[in-house]
Design a protein around this ligand. Structure first.
Ligand SMILES: [Zn+2]
Length: 523
């Protein structure tokens, strides 16, 4: 296998287009060699993780809509030059981590390592400066870096990001930070914002010189990586986690002392807006971010109780006013954030937070006999089109097996169709909690099911009211099944306060708080 990887970067004779991937021989197929495995550093996301993925994506879309950000999707494949220019030659991302290849046409391409450069490219390519400014977009997608795989870090990973282009006001930076913080906070994660200002390219240059002068004096004490950074990428000296380097960093000049007046004012305004909304932030003079294109505000989101060594940020971003010009476009200020989805899920898992699926099945459709199966198939479509959340196990023939699944899913209502019902044009509607069954006209099934759902919801509300009489919180306006679900969700988030209450509800209403487990392993 490794031989093929090496051949992926063919030698390019001067003046000639590089050889394409088709010049690399295809791997030989050996009989009985077994199924090829998952590529190292990659990850399959399986259905048992879907509640996290769906919630994260849906919440991101909600937040984006709420703040007026439109969806954008740029291709995964871009020209290598885009990232060499944008991210910078001297960064790890470009030097070591690019998934780079020459395609059949001989083009030098990469799988994108991040999305901001692509979005700035798209802004320019589609003349978005002609539209009212700023342009606010959000994205969700795979990024690729050939990094060392570790917990929560993969070579193909997902980022969700919000970007505002065409406006250089501090309130733009604040909005990006506020919406990202809200996104993480709504998920139940306690995070703070680490924030710094890098100033303008000019003031950053002044600082860079001061920094190099300072670190030169300590060259002997630096780790090997930092010795190289001294000439290649001095700002990254502040990122080093080696103990010897951390000790030197303590006395290093701070970038805020080199800020020009405009950048200082810009930074103060951003902080004032965050204060106004009580967003918790920490001034971190050592925060420089990994990419070359940032200026002025840079920030990261860090878990509240994370210690310095394992301080994994869940995401971050900053202002990139010079990026468009760097790429050869017209001057376009911008500010954005990228949040690491796998890292957020890891944080949720360690904090034992399991997001609730938004749509729980309301009805289970059970059938007995071949004729009934056909009718059930049709009724399923009717119910689904009417907006009911229907579940079924059409592959099962035994009614007992089907009802067991319905029970596991915790559906309040099951519809049963057997041979007799097919002949009569009826269906049995069963209230799963009380066990009460009714025979209804097949053509009135949807309205009958809705009635039954309402009965179940009313009963749950009564039960809830009785239970909360002794509780300090007085829930009001609980009128439908949907509303009581929302309320239960809300109650659960108030840590500890209603634990006993919820335990009782769980006991009495089986399945209401459980994620439906789609039984992949049935039989
Ligand atoms: Zn170091």
């Amino acid at each position: 296998m490794s031989k093929i990887v090496e051949q992926n970067t063919p030698a390019t004779p001067k003046g000639k287009k590089p050889a394409g991937i088709r010049d690399v021989p295809l791997p030989k197929i050996t009989k009985g060699a077994g199924m090829p495995e998952l590529v190292r550093g990659m990850k399959d996301v399986l259905p048992n993780e879907s509640s996290w993925w769906e919630t994260l994506q849906e919440n991101a879309a909600d937040i984006a809509r709420g703040y007026g950000f439109g969806w954008i999707e740029t291709p995964i494949v871009e020209h290598t030059s885009l990232f060499v220019r944008a991210v910078g030659k001297q960064t790890d991302i470009v030097e070591k981590e690019l998934y780079r290849f020459v395609d059949q046409g001989g083009d030098d391409l990469v799988l994108r390592p991040e999305a901001t450069a692509s979005i700035v490219r798209a802004y320019s390519e589609h003349g978005m400066w002609n539209q009212p400014q700023p342009i606010k977009v959000w994205y969700w997608g795979q990024m690729f870096r050939h990094d060392r795989p570790q917990a929560g870090r993969y070579r193909q990973f997902h980022q969700c990001g919000f970007e505002t282009l065409g406006d250089d006001k501090p309130v733009v930076d604040a909005e990006i930070i506020i919406m990202s913080w809200n996104y993480l906070n709504d998920l139940g994660l306690k995070v703070n914002v680490q924030i710094n200002s890098l100033g303008t390219t000019a003031s950053r240059e002044v600082y860079r010189e001061k920094l190099v002068a300072y670190y030169r004096g300590h060259r002997q004490e630096l780790c090997e990586v930092c010795k190289a950074r001294l000439t290649k990428n001095p700002l990254r000296l502040l990122d080093c986690k080696e103990e010897s380097c951390l000790a030197i960093r303590g006395e290093a000049p701070q970038i805020v002392d080199s800020l020009d007046d405009d950048s200082r004012n810009h930074f103060m305004r951003v902080l004032e807006y965050l204060d106004e909304l009580e967003i918790p932030y920490v001034l971190n003079p050592h925060l420089v971010r990994g990419l070359d294109y940032y200026n002025r505000t840079v920030f990261e989101f860090v878990l509240d109780n994370a210690d310095e060594a394992s301080q994994n940020s869940l995401g971050g971003g900053g202002r990139y006013d010079g990026l468009s010009e760097l790429l050869g476009g017209r001057p376009t200020p911008g500010c954005g954030v990228a949040l690491g989805i796998e890292r957020i899920i890891l944080a949720l898992k360690s904090a034992d937070i399991r997001p609730k699926p938004r749509k729980k099945p309301q009805v289970f459709l059970a059938q007995l006999g071949e004729q009934a199966k056909r009718t059930a198939l049709k009724l399923f479509e009717v119910c689904r089109k009417e907006g009911l959340q229907v579940s079924q196990a059409f592959a099962k023939d035994s009614l007992k097996a089907q009802l067991e699944i319905a029970n596991k899913l915790g559906v309040p209502v099951t519809v049963i169709i057997g041979q007799k019902e097919v002949l009569d044009g009826t269906a049995v509607v069963r209230d799963m909690e009380s066990g009460v069954q009714e025979i209804v006209d097949k053509n009135k099934l949807v309205s009958e099911v809705c009635k039954k759902l309402q009965t179940v919801a009313d009963r749950r509300d009564e039960k809830l009211e009785r239970l909360v009489e002794s509780s300090p919180t007085d829930p009001t306006n609980v009128r439908s099944a949907k509303d009581s679900d929302i309320m239960l969700d809300g109650l659960e988030q108030e840590d500890g306060l209603h634990n006993d209450l919820l335990a009782d509800i769980d006991k009495d209403l089986p399945g209401i708080d459980e994620e439906p487990k789609i039984s992949l392993d049935e039989e």
